[in-house]
Design a protein around this ligand. Structure first.
Ligand SMILES: *Cc1c(COP(=O)(O)O)cnc(C)c1O
Length: 361
């Protein structure tokens, strides 16, 4: 599976207590990567469970009971010149602190976030846990490339009554990941479900937002689509985003549009990067409201964006039984250009002129 949990042995845990953060790196049970690869599936599954268990952590808490948590997702990518580099970790650090503040938790300091992300990757790599760069990936624009997914997240302290978390934990784990969307269908469908409401938590990378996303995505997959697209909660008319990714429409007029940020849209770092790259190319980019009818009728190319998705083409969008096919069902020029540029910068085959990459090892 493309996005399976197979955590690397070094993890990080911090706890907020008595007004300050205290962090530590933990070495979970492991063998060498080669020995682990040679294990039976059952034995490897047992090892994985032991890595995913923390016996000294509370089971009953505001996260497990009420979904009070937020998280981040970023990648460390094998570099053509060697080593591993992380894409824009400072932006994830800032968003994580904003998310925690949005949930009224003490924010995790940016410097600690960066140290935890970089050091877990570095320490795991020292044990041999990292995907090596393969020049074969260049042939298909890194569609099949491997990377390390870094997942920072919060867990609350013990508690049972509905409440906010005053003394949360912050954990950081690393797990290897390959392509998020496995080829095949890249058809999307507009869902009836509502991901986020005004004055809610849609702008926060909150775990609870994903319950509705998972329901809608499962309906979409069952109906043969790759992705679902949400409309706004009030008018049921304006495009918002995908299940876990932002969305772009390249219109026949030559304008690239993406929904404007408000409290129901997650401010994606890939989204911001793509806006910058497209403007560099002289493409007119607008962040504005996009009525579903305009998206269906005026779109030349469509793609979704996110750390996991990169820039993934959407070749059709279905709304109330009406299916709009974009660019004759083929990946468009702007979409493939943006996708290749992002991947090229991330894997180090294009120059990092914007200083987006942080070399780790
Ligand atoms: C994480 C996320 C995105 C993409 O954000 P990136 O920073 O680009 O990875 C988009 N939408 C939602 C709902 C998300 O949770």
């Amino acid at each position: 599976m493309a996005f399976a949990l197979n955590t690397y042995p070094i993890t990080y845990r911090a706890k907020f207590s008595a007004g300050k953060w205290d962090g530590e790196f933990l070495e979970k049970p492991h063998k060498t990567p080669e020995e682990e690869a040679a294990m039976s599936d059952d034995d490897r599954a047992k090892l994985e469970i032991s890595r995913n268990c923390y016996e000294d952590m509370p089971l009953v808490n505001y996260t497990s009971q009420y979904g009070l948590a937020c998280f981040e997702g970023l990648k460390a990518l094998p570099q053509k010149k060697g080593g591993l580099a992380i894409f824009r970790p400072d932006k994830n650090a800032e968003r994580f602190a904003r998310s925690m503040e949005g949930l009224r938790m003490p924010p995790f300091p940016k410097e600690l976030f960066l140290t935890a992300c970089l050091e877990t990757v570095k320490r795991n790599a020292a044990f041999g846990f990292y995907p090596p760069y393969k020049s074969d990936w260049e042939k298909d624009s890194f569609m099949t490339a491997d990377s390390i997914y870094i997942r920072p997240f919060t867990i609350s302290e013990s508690g049972i009554g509905v409440n906010l978390s005053k003394e949360p934990y912050v954990m950081v784990i690393n797990t290897p990941v390959s392509a998020y969307f496995s080829g095949g269908s890249s058809d999307a469908v507009v869902t009836d479900k509502i991901r986020a409401t005004p004055n809610g938590t849609g702008w926060i990378k909150a775990s609870s937002n994903y319950v509705i996303s998972a329901l809608a995505k499962s309906d979409a997959l069952k109906a043969g689509y790759m992705e679902c697209v949400f409309l706004d909660a009030v008018h049921r008319k304006y495009i918002e985003e995908g299940s876990s990714c932002n969305i772009f429409f390249y219109l026949k007029s030559g304008e690239l549009v993406t929904p404007e940020l408000n409290d129901t849209i997650l401010p994606g770092i890939t989204r911001a990067s793509i806006i910058e790259l497209a403007r560099d190319r002289g493409v007119k980019v607008s962040e504005r409201k996009i009525p579903i009818e305009e998206a269906l009728e005026e779109t030349k190319e469509c793609f979704v964006s996110g750390t996991a998705a990169g820039a993934t083409p959407i070749t059709s969008l279905t709304y109330q039984e009406k299916k709009a096919v974009f660019n004759d069902g083929k990946v468009g020029d702007l979409t493939s250009d943006i996708r290749d540029t992002i991947k090229g910068i991330q894997y180090g085959i294009l120059p990092d002129t914007k200083g987006w990459m942080t070399q780790v090892v």
